[in-house]
Design a protein around this ligand. Structure first.
Ligand code: ZN
Ligand code: ZN
Length: 426
């Protein structure tokens, strides 16, 4: 498909889908005497959400550099009269204290960073920063949490809980990620439970998925350094070739999942980078491999470093090289807490309709929300266009979402707070 056509399609779809969502969602919403959240969702408010999202989309910032994003978040909170503090350099934690608070605290977290990806679509709100893009949709997470802040602030007089709004930096930094620091902030530690969502382009707009147990894997990474002895490309016998050793190692690492891990366990070991040498006729002295190791199972995760070291040692011996493995622990698996999901499914059913709340398969991607200590759950918010070919995956340079689901994300968070309040009253 050429780019013009794609952009036109996307604009058409953005216009049409609004009506579809209105027609399909909430029809079987249980009768409820409370004020319907949809009633709060004025056209103006929805437009405000879209405007906010496009602003953040146009101004992406890399992990740990989200200074402008932080400023914008604080500016919006100032307008709402919501107190906040900076947290973890480029993050923000705001607090809405219910006037009838029983002392219970719920945290809602949004990640705020973008990726080093060059946006290739030509939508009018395309990234204005060359080489950076909100290709994971964290611009929508910021927007949804700000929208949630606005509605919850209006409910402050009646709120029986306190809500902490956590705008977390640097989710995409696998090892040195923002949640690893924010989880230690006293505001985060004070939460009795925490919720978050991730927008998902592969799930159709108007649906959501929230399941019990594991939803995303542990996301560890590794560097492997192969040291040989360089020399002339025509005289390999006088060298110790790290390219051949590294190649053998790549193949040997493939055998770990296929021959050492139970076929019933989802597991991945991928070598994603191999660099060595730069000439046609020189055998280099060193090679550097990078990769990622993933699993839902904490026992398998514990074994990975030992297995990688053992396999590397064997290859080193066979090839006369020296091989060292640096294994880095990333976020643990994202495990949804049962009580949190109970509340989440009830809330999602009200917002999306029962048939639109899915129990989608766990994902091999990682999520640093897993690092927070409170019981928690993560919902996937469907944002995919009806046309399969427009549903580019997360991190794609063409990644795009249906903006009409922003209000559904807000509705879910607000409904969750209400459901949590009801549970506490019981
Ligand atoms: Zn991502
Ligand atoms: Zn993400």
């Amino acid at each position: 498909m050429d780019n013009d056509k794609k952009v036109k399609n996307e604009a058409d779809i953005q216009a049409n889908i609004k009506a579809n969502i209105k027609a399909n969602i909430h029809e079987d919403r249980p009768a409820d005497n409370e004020k319907d959240i949809q009633a709060d969702m004025s056209e103006d408010f929805q437009e405000e959400l879209v405007k906010l999202r496009r602003y953040f989309h146009e101004h992406p910032e890399l992990s740990w550099q989200e200074y402008h994003t932080q400023e914008k978040i604080m500016e919006y909170l100032d307008k709402l009269g919501i107190p906040y503090k900076k947290s973890c350099k480029t993050g923000v934690i705001a607090s809405i204290q219910g006037k009838k608070s029983t002392g219970k605290i719920i945290g809602i977290r949004a990640d705020i960073d973008a990726l080093p990806v060059t946006e290739l679509s030509d939508c009018p709100w395309k990234s204005k920063t060359e080489g950076l893009m909100h290709a994971c949709g964290h611009d929508t997470h910021i927007t949804i949490l700000l929208g949630t802040a606005k509605l919850l602030k209006q409910m402050e007089e009646e709120l029986t809980v306190t809500v902490k709004l956590l705008f977390q930096p640097a989710e995409e930094c696998i090892e040195d990620s923002g949640a690893g620091y924010m989880k230690e902030d006293p505001e985060a530690l004070s939460c009795d439970r925490m919720i978050a969502l991730h927008i998902w382009s592969k799930l159709p707009a108007g649906t959501a998925s929230i399941r019990y147990g594991a939803v995303m894997t542990a996301t560890d990474t590794f560097d492997i350094f192969v040291k040989g002895k360089g020399g002339h490309g025509a005289l390999p016998h006088q060298t110790v070739d790290p390219v051949v050793a590294g190649s053998e190692l790549v193949m040997s690492l493939q055998r770990i999942v296929s021959r050492e891990i139970s076929p019933l366990e989802p597991a991945v070991i991928s070598v994603t980078s191999f660099s060595s040498g730069n000439a046609y006729n020189v055998i280099p002295g060193e090679a550097h491999l990078k990769g990622t190791a993933r699993t839902f199972n904490p026992e398998i995760r514990k074994q990975y470093p030992e297995i990688l070291n053992r396999v590397s040692k064997g290859v080193a011996e066979a090839t006369r090289t020296e091989i060292t493995v640096d294994y880095h622990l990333g976020p643990p698996p994202m495990i949804n807490d049962t009580a949190c999901v109970d509340t989440g499914r009830r809330s999602a059913t009200k917002v999306f309709g029962e048939e639109n709340v899915l129990d989608w398969e766990p994902q091999m991607g990682g999520e640093d929300f897993a690092k927070f200590k409170a019981p928690k759950c993560l919902l996937f918010l469907g944002a995919g266009f009806p046309e399969e070919e427009l549903r580019y995956p997360q991190h794609s340079p063409y990644f795009a979402i249906d903006e009409n689901v922003l209000k559904l994300g807000v509705a879910y968070f607000v409904e969750y707070v209400r459901e949590f309040e009801k549970e506490l009253c019981k």
